[in-house]
Unconditional design. Structure first.
Length: 67
């Protein structure tokens, strides 16, 4: 999945966004409940809801393309 996980927020700063659902963190850093994954040298962030939904695939180290 080649999605950008940092996107400009309403005030011009870059918000962290979930790579699956697009939920924004509201700050430049991901909340502690979010998951960070590095795939093919690219860092992706997943909100707590998406991480909880796909936890078995994440722990099984499957590429996000498979979820």
């Amino acid at each position: 999945m080649d999605e950008q996980t940092h996107s400009p927020g309403p005030d011009g700063t870059e918000d962290v966004a979930c790579a699956l659902c697009g939920t924004r963190s509201g700050s430049e850093t991901a909340p502690p409940t979010w998951l960070c994954s590095v795939e093919n040298g690219s860092r992706s962030y997943y909100c707590d809801d998406c991480a909880r939904t796909h936890i078995r695939a994440i722990e099984g180290r499957l590429d996000s393309a498979w979820w």
